[in-house]
Design a protein around this ligand. Structure first.
Ligand code: SAM
Ligand code: DTB
Ligand code: SF4
Length: 326
């Protein structure tokens, strides 16, 4: 039986494709912390092995010089962050890096470019990268900015498994963060990716000065997409000197864990990725996130332009928590 209050069944399991209301999401978010985590862990166990975590590796295939003005980003040409812009990396170099990532235990390889959108002249090299990385036996993911339908069709035909395109925050707060595109531009690309048959990786950033309500609203938008994203990255802002958000107040760890738990409850079969910001988290905070239902991380000592925990630190953390890679 559906419990209208929180969008779950009387057995505690989420209803199939619930149409989430903000009120239902809030009533879960505001539960006593222990109740929220118990619920999230219970739903997690119904859908996943609770002791396995998927490992993804990121590579910045085109650094900096981006025309967009995202307030959090080191790679925007609107901010003076001291980053040196580069051209698109050569295919051979990308494939060599992917091979190393595979040897290191990653199962998904995510290639990112600091673009508003790919230019027609870039598409051949991008398609080649997808084919060669996939041939190594890795799942492929790209994040290249906005895509039109022709581009998403082409990437899908090349064998791209996932496309990452974050909504980052609520529709209400989005204009405070980026002014060079709109929230609905983001949704349009997500729709193109879906229509082309690729899996969607879409989440956001906490700690950009948004309110708790914006974080909950962001999850409501994600969970109510025609199909929820298969992968939901939850990033904690890495403050970058020279960006408008350099001095943003850090997110309270308990609030961060609550959002991870809510993502797990609202999108029970999606991978929830504990993404950027792990270097600034204690082992205990990461452990709480895994308990709340996070089951994917980025491995390797760099994300796109910032530091991530060293492999050795992650190995020790996994050992202490009894976690295994997927
Ligand atoms: N240009 C493409 C785009 O914006 O979709 C792809 C790259 S962009 C860097 C990918 C995502 O990284 C952003 O949507 C944001 O969620 C995340 N990100 C970027 N800078 C970050 C930061 N300083 N802290 C946390 N997450 C960040
Ligand atoms: C996502 O949600 N987080 C990743 C990935 N998708 C592309 C990016 C994190 C970037 C962190 C800041 C940096 O290294 O520049
Ligand atoms: Fe460009 Fe993406 Fe950074 Fe925005 S987040 S400035 S689109 S690289």
């Amino acid at each position: 039986m559906l419990d209208a209050r929180d969008g779950t069944t009387s057995m505690g399991a989420p209803a199939a494709s619930p149409n989430w209301t903000v009120e239902a999401a809030w009533s879960l978010y505001r539960l006593p912390f222990n109740d929220l985590l118990f619920k999230a862990q219970s739903v997690h166990r119904q859908n996943f092995d609770p002791n396995r975590v998927q490992l993804s590796k990121l590579l910045n295939i085109k650094t900096g010089g981006c025309p967009e003005d995202c307030g959090y980003c080191s790679q925007s040409s609107h901010h003076s962050t001291g980053l040196t812009a580069s051209k698109l990396m050569e295919v051979e170099k990308v494939v060599a890096e992917a091979r190393k990532a595979k040897d290191g235990g990653a199962t998904r390889y995510c290639m990112g470019a600091a673009w508003r959108n790919p230019k027609p002249r870039d598409m051949d090299a991008i398609v080649e990268m997808v084919g060669q990385v996939k041939a190594l036996g890795l799942e492929t993911c790209m994040t290249l900015g906005m895509l039109d339908r022709e581009q998403s069709d082409r990437l899908s035909a090349a064998g791209l498994d996932y496309y990452n395109h974050n909504i980052d925050t609520s529709a209400r707060y989005y204009p405070q963060v980026t002014s060079t595109r709109t929230f609905s531009d983001r949704l349009d690309t997500l729709e193109n990716v879906r229509q082309s048959g690729m899996k969607v990786c879409c989440g956001g950033i906490l700690g950009m000065g948004e309110e708790e309500a914006d974080r909950v609203d962001m999850l409501v938008t994600l969970a109510n997409l025609t199909e929820p994203p298969e992968s939901v990255p939850i990033n904690m802002l890495i403050p970058i000197a020279g960006t408008p958000l350099a001095e943003a107040a850090p997110v309270a760890p308990i609030e961060f864990v609550r959002i991870v738990a809510l993502a797990r409850l609202m999108m029970p079969t999606s991978y929830v990725r504990l993404s950027a910001g792990r270097s600034a988290m204690s082992d205990e905070m990461q452990a709480l996130c895994f308990f709340a239902g996070a089951n994917s991380i980025f491995v390797g000592d760099t994300l796109l332009t910032t530091a991530n925990p060293e492999d050795e630190a992650d190995r020790k953390l996994f050992d202490r928590l009894g976690l295994q890679p997927v």
